[in-house]
Structure formats: structure tokens, C-alpha cells
Design a protein around this ligand. Structure first.
Ligand code: GDP
Ligand code: MG
Length: 163
């Protein structure tokens, strides 16, 4: 079985955009789930000679704050169980939210490698602003623009080293 990289984070930070960029033209497989989690998408990716599976998480119904919080907690637990590497995505346009804080707290308490991906760093200004996310307590941040692809190569270079 291929190693697994899961993408977690609150809604609208760009998880699915990053997922689509990582799997390229390959097709995602959708797994329906029980519980608060609506579905998870699995896709295959390849970088620097390594094959790996990418998991996109999200899709919470109904769209209420406590349901979203419970859904994210469930997704983070699943990711911690089934992944070799976790990509924790945040958004430099909207800055740090309390949901980001609670995901960070969950992820810092476990052993799996976590990459803090600061998405929507579309230009130099936004990339500089991304440094505020160091306050979430991870050693490194990885500013990317999932839309344009900027930064995703540098991120993947480091990710595949951990697979
Ligand atoms: P998810 O809910 O975390 O899966 O987020 P989505 O991938 O659905 O993206 C949420 C919104 O953010 C969409 O409108 C995307 O087009 C936008 N978005 C995603 N990545 C980027 C990015 O790199 N830059 C900008 N400016 N917007 C982005
Ligand atoms: Mg999504």
C-alpha cells in the first residue's frame, strides 16, 4: 500500500484546491462516511520518484459551527490514525482563527509529521504575512498558493522525505 498524506483544516482554507493540485489529472475516489463527516476523497500522487495517496477531508452538513468543529475533530483523528504525514492547511487571507488554534493543539500532541501549509500566499506581500502562523507553534511554515502552484514543489520535496 502507498503511504498516505492527509489534508486537514477548517473550511474554505483551500484544502480541496490543494488536493486537486497534488493529484493533477488523476481521478479522486469518494468514500462516504458515517458520523459527522460527509465524505473523504482519495487520490494518487507522485513526486521525486515516490507514489503516495492524498486524502482530502471536509464536507460537513449541516453547516453549523458546532457541527463543523466536531467534524474537523473527527477528521483530524482519522488523519492521525491513517496517515504517514499530515498537511495542516491555514489561510493567510483570513489569518488565524480559533478553529486553527484547536486543530494546532490536537496535532501538536501527537507524533506524526505535520506540515503547516499557509495557503493563499499568492504574492510576496501575502507570503510575508504568513509568518504570523509561526505562533501556532510548529517549527516551520510552508507558504503556498494552491491556485497557482507556487510553493507546492518545495512543500512536496519535504513531504516525500518523510514517507
Ligand atoms: P476547502 O473548503 O478548504 O476545501 O477550500 P476550497 O479548496 O474549496 O477553497 C475555498 C476557496 O478558496 C475557493 O474559493 C478557492 O478558489 C479559494 N482558494 C483556494 N486556494 C487558493 C489560493 O491559493 N489563493 C486564493 N486567493 N484563493 C484560493
Ligand atoms: Mg473542500
Amino acid at each position: 500500500m502507498n503511504p498516505t498524506v492527509s489534508i486537514v483544516g477548517r473550511p474554505n482554507v483551500g484544502k480541496s484546491t490543494l488536493f486537486n493540485r497534488l493529484i493533477g489529472r488523476r481521478k479522486a475516489i469518494v468514500h462516504d462516511e458515517y458520523g459527522v463527516t460527509r465524505d473523504r476523497h482519495y487520490g494518487e500522487s507522485f513526486w521525486n520518484g515516490r507514489n503516495f495517496t492524498v486524502v482530502d477531508t471536509g464536507g460537513y452538513l449541516p453547516n453549523e459551527e458546532d457541527v463543523i468543529t466536531a467534524g474537523i475533530r473527527e477528521q483530524v483523528h482519522l488523519a492521525m490514525d491513517e496517515s504517514d504525514v499530515i498537511l495542516f492547511v491555514v489561510d493567510t487571507e483570513s489569518g488565524i482563527s480559533s478553529l486553527d488554534q484547536s486543530v494546532a493543539n490536537m496535532l501538536r500532541k501527537q507524533e506524526k509529521p505535520v506540515f503547516l501549509v499557509v495557503n493563499k500566499a499568492d504574492n510576496e506581500q501575502k507570503t510575508m504575512e504568513a509568518v504570523e502562523f509561526y505562533s501556532l507553534g510548529f517549527d516551520e511554515i510552508y507558504p503556498v498558493s494552491a491556485i497557482s502552484g507556487t510553493g507546492t514543489g518545495d512543500l512536496l520535496d519535504k513531504v516525500v522525505e518523510k514517507l
